[in-house]
Design a binder for this molecule. Structure first.
Ligand SMILES: [Zn+2]
Length: 446
């Protein structure tokens, strides 16, 4: 494995336990980990990466996405709808997807994330039409070279049973659990430094049965993998929970084994004080997706209250049908801005938002080996060129979310270079975009 010396960074924001910020420092990556941090380090045969004029941070972490949605951006009819109407417009389109759509869209969506400095991403795939499998997106992640937490999602309650999705998109519950076991056995790597992990992730409480939620939690604990779903996203979601289950989403989750430090929920816009306390006390994590929450008019998640209570919070770009981009820097900046809209200009600093997008996300995904630059932690490193127009006049390098680039100059994952000089180093991006455009046109009937 390569040996890299990142030399002379203007500033390294480590996000280590002491939150050290080191000016003019070097960073050595060797054997997939951060091997040394200091000034004037001996090259010792390393490939030298000059970082003068640059900010160096841990690679950003994306805790919630639906990669395949990058094929359904700005779909007319889904541009201005609330969550349930938005889903009903998109379900019929998604039901035409197959293995090629999932692989091609994942390639593009993961490349887009990598270019925004993201070194580790989760994906919530809950659609498996026409022979699609989780294997398709995992294959794309290996090609891009990003650390990947695939989740085996599912929907089992179709329209004929009072659910939201069309019957053609739902699966039999026994088959869902069988396939969860298959993909965990085939792909989940529990070791430190794992490049692929798998979690169990029924789509949401309104698309699967109570029994599947419960059985999924039992299976995940038996296999030692994490649990993920959508929870308390908007008012419709809360109303559904009250009408169908007679309780709020937090109570529903708790009753079925869906709280704990091995669980993370997407959105949680509508958590109340009691639910926030429950999440804090149980160590249940939250994937905060501010762009999607704005786009679908869902509201502002109470992230300040969650963080103050001790809830683990990470950032998620969510799918590109509700974002519509997959830029993690933009997402972290919006997270900061929305808390200020809700609670004032001192509600969240640029440093705190960057911490949520790095160390916070790693914690939500159960990866204490990632999300910070400290000796022995994984070599996931983003180098930001502060010499461009976005940062011209910036007085505080660490405040990249106030004034800085939204694309990374270089990105290392497990010590391997994924982005070099602002371009993807691992695959032919033009070719990937061409395949994506062709498929999008085909599904639009154009
Ligand atoms: Zn989502």
């Amino acid at each position: 494995m390569g040996h890299v010396l990142i030399r002379g960074a203007d500033l390294i924001v480590t996000m280590d336990d002491d939150r050290r910020e080191l000016a003019g420092a070097d960073l050595r990556l060797r054997g997939g980990v951060v091997a040394e941090i200091g000034t004037g380090l001996d090259p010792d045969g390393a490939e030298i990466v000059q970082a003068q004029g640059c900010l160096v941070t841990p690679g950003l972490v994306n805790t919630h996405h639906h990669l395949s949605q990058s094929l359904t951006r700005a779909v007319p009819g889904a541009q201005d709808a609330l969550l349930f109407g938005w889903l009903k417009t998109l379900y019929p389109i998604w039901s035409g997807f197959g293995p090629e759509e999932f692989r091609v869209s994942a390639r593009v969506a993961l490349a887009e994330l990598a270019l925004s400095g993201c070194s580790m991403s989760s994906d919530h795939q809950y659609l498996f039409p026409n022979g699609a499998r989780l294997d398709d997106t995992i294959g794309a992640a290996v090609e891009v070279g990003i650390r990947f937490h695939a989740t085996r999602g599912a929907m089992s309650i179709g329209e004929s049973k009072g659910g939201l999705p069309p019957d053609a998109l739902v699966e039999d519950e026994a088959a869902i659990l069988d396939d969860c076991i298959r993909v965990i056995d085939a792909f989940h790597d529990a070791r430190e430094g794992a490049m692929v992990q798998v979690a169990v992730a029924p789509c949401s409480p309104f698309t699967v049965s109570r029994e599947l939620m419960r059985d999924a939690a039992i299976l995940a604990r038996d296999k030692g993998v994490r649990l993920h779903t959508h929870l308390a996203e908007n008012d419709e979601d809360i109303a559904y929970s009250l009408a169908h289950y007679g309780c709020r989403p937090g109570q529903y989750a708790e009753e079925l084994g869906w709280t704990g430090d091995d669980v993370w929920h997407a959105h949680c816009v509508k958590l109340d004080g009691r639910e926030i306390a429950l999440f804090a006390q149980s160590g249940t994590g939250v994937a905060h997706c501010p762009c999607s929450n704005c786009r679908l008019g869902s509201g502002i998640a109470p992230v300040r209250a969650m963080r103050d209570a001790g809830v683990p919070v990470g950032i998620g770009v969510d799918g590109s049908a509700s974002n519509d981009s997959g830029n993690l820097v933009a997402e972290a900046r919006l997270a900061m801005l929305l808390q200020r809209v809700a609670s004032g200009a001192d509600a969240m600093s640029a440093r705190e938002a960057l911490e949520i997008a790095t160390r916070g996300g790693a914690e939500v995904l159960g990866r204490s080996d990632c999300g910070q630059l400290a000796v022995g932690k994984r070599a996931d490193v983003a180098i930001w060129d502060m010499g461009g127009i976005e940062a011209a006049g910036n007085w505080d390098r660490a405040a990249i979310l106030l004034a800085g680039p939204t694309r990374v100059r270089d990105l290392f994952v497990e010590g391997r270079q994924v982005v070099r000089g602002g371009h993807l180093a691992t695959l032919d991006l033009a070719c990937a975009i061409e395949a994506q455009t062709r498929l999008a046109r085909q599904h639009a009937g154009a």
